[in-house]
Ligand binder design. Sequence first.
Ligand code: GLV
Ligand code: MN
Ligand code: MN
Length: 438
Amino acid sequence: MPRSELRARDSLERHAGLRVDGARLLRCLDELAAIGSDPAGGITRLGLSPQEHAARTYLRDLCAAAGLEAETDPAGNLLVRRPGTPRRAVPVLLVGSHVDTVVQGGRLDGAYGVVAAIEVLRVLHEHDVDLPVEMVAVAFANEEGALIQTPFWGSHALCGSLEDGLAAKDRAGRPVSAYLAQTGGDPDRLAEAAWPPGSVAAFLELHIEQGPTLERLGVPIGVVDGIVGRTILDIEVVGEAQHAGTTPMRDRRDALVAAAEIILAVQRVAAEQGVCATATTGYVEAHPNVTNTITGHVRLTAEVRDTDPDRIARGEAAVRAECAQVAAASGCAVEVEIGMRSRPVSTAGPLRDVIREAAETLDLPHLTMPSGAGHDAQIVARVAPIGMIFVPSKQGVSHAPGEDTAPGDLVHGTNVLLHAVLGAQTAVGLHGDHVGDV
Ligand code: GLV
Ligand code: MN
Ligand code: MN
């Protein structure tokens, strides 16, 4: 057995009784939840906004006070290391998630995985645990893409897969460079955020499930086997703005009515035709948005998801066909552009085993399950093996103010993460084993 593996096995045995500080974890989650708290409900801490920056600053200060080294990279990712951890010279075990939210989102989506990763790093530091493969905690910037329309921004930047990054902008056309410069990043050095190939030995992400399965079955730990892929279509409908009282019904080109037909068709693609797992319109913007004027112009989105890339492609084609049909019937012009494509991925078998063993060490039942939500892990899967741990979401609520998880489950999940980090030491060097795209 190689010496590093012996070291890792020894460390695993010696630290079997190690546990995270649950009260500290929950306190940190509460403090983080105050940043970006939205008077209208939930948390609005959009990627690369001042609120996300404030969240990263809060975590950076907390890490510094705990004796850890925290820095923000040019893409706005927060990276946290134990003192003395080599920078980029040797592969590390990367662990984390994101701290940005959707508009009026919840307190745990992403934030939980980051706070838990920092808690694990603190415990390893306090107990001076010897890790052959050092752990680095990460808060990826702008996972949601709610403000700057590039979801997975930070993980793409770190993995070197950010294409034409500086072309990213918000819906009003303000470029990402303006946001980056004000939120701790550096648009002039964006390319330096990319880690050299081979720098990530493996990636672990702990996350709330965001769906109802674990709670319904009464199982505290999910072992994720695959993550859905997604295509976002940006749709523009152009009709004619006209007087709502004087324009005869037959003479109208009402862009909002055409958009409504598209929205219903998008829903049918998944719900009735079963072309792909889900299909959703979540964004609609109507102009001039006036009670007594026929709508002249609508921008909306459709997103389709599935674990099978062919079904995603068929979902996209079906939405495009529906848009063409609505255009022909309504007389409105309908343009469709691709906003983003993410690929479905599998997690790595050896890391799934490591997570199961960690749960068993802690006497926690576990369930192997897919993720219907997207995660930074699926971007990191392009460069390294990934593992994902889920904990139950109360009533399956997520991307909404009511998002919650029982405190005990949050602590259980973080202990599983701690033991998965220890267990992964014997499994890293997994590069050749990594499953990647399905
Ligand atoms: C990520 O939050 C997603 O939309 O799945
Ligand atoms: Mn989310
Ligand atoms: Mn998330």
